[in-house]
Design a protein around this ligand. Structure first.
Ligand SMILES: [Fe+2]
Ligand SMILES: [Fe+2]
Length: 215
């Protein structure tokens, strides 16, 4: 593999653009682990339940697009030499989540949000800014993000139709992975973020959820 420091600015931009396309263009992400939904029986859903489940899974899919962008933005600016391996493993698991949510959206006769490129760009910027602030803040940002994601996924588990066992199985595995990502970041020395930053993160994610449920 080529040394990152020897790549030109143009090379780096092209790599980032390629990664952004992989995250935002449906069908271009491939999971390494099979989907937890595969072992679950497909259940008949009413039209209202199907639409509601699709809205929730579209939010979760966009959340995973944001996770890709956060990790990429952070990798572009942070040092994180001591924890690079665990960060790369977390990023690979986020690809699984992205692919599982996308497949489930298709099964629900729906599609990803058209706003994904916008959320990718915003999240990339936030990840890059966290990386520039230094490793302990960068890790703190990961830990806080994963905590908020777990809370949000638990809320969606309560909201999903009881019979949509496929979506529920995906979210249950995602919660377990995200919790592990947060714990790894804390073990690696994550700093507790100031309250105003946490509030700003919640505000942005609330805006994402409100818009993505529909489009
Ligand atoms: Fe994830
Ligand atoms: Fe995660």
């Amino acid at each position: 593999m080529s040394d990152k420091s020897q790549l030109s600015l143009l090379d780096r931009c092209l790599i980032q653009f390629d990664q952004a396309l992989r995250s935002c263009v449906p069908g271009s992400s491939h999971a390494h682990r099979s989907s937890p939904a595969a072992s679950q029986q497909d259940a008949e859903l009413s039209e209202i339940d199907r639409k509601h489940a699709a809205g929730l899974m579209r939010i979760n899919h966009t959340g995973e697009v944001c996770a890709q962008a956060l990790y990429q933005g952070q990798a572009a600016t942070a040092t994180l030499n001591d924890v690079r391996q665990s960060m790369e493993q977390a990023a690979a698991e986020e690809v699984d989540h992205l692919a599982w949510c996308e497949e489930r959206l298709q099964q629900l006769d729906s599609q990803p949000s058209i706003l994904n490129p916008l959320w990718y760009t915003l999240s990339f910027g936030m990840g890059a800014a966290a990386g520039l602030a230094g490793d302990k803040w960068s890790l703190g940002f990961v830990a806080e993000t994963e905590d908020q994601v777990c809370e949000h996924l638990e809320d969606h588990l309560r909201q999903l139709p009881e019979q949509d066992v496929k979506s529920r199985a995906i979210l249950a595995q995602m919660i377990s992975d995200e919790r592990q990502h947060g714990d790894s970041a804390r073990e690696a020395g994550a700093a507790e973020l100031p309250a105003p930053i946490k509030t700003a993160m919640t505000t942005v994610s609330e805006l994402m959820k409100k818009t993505t449920y529909r489009i």
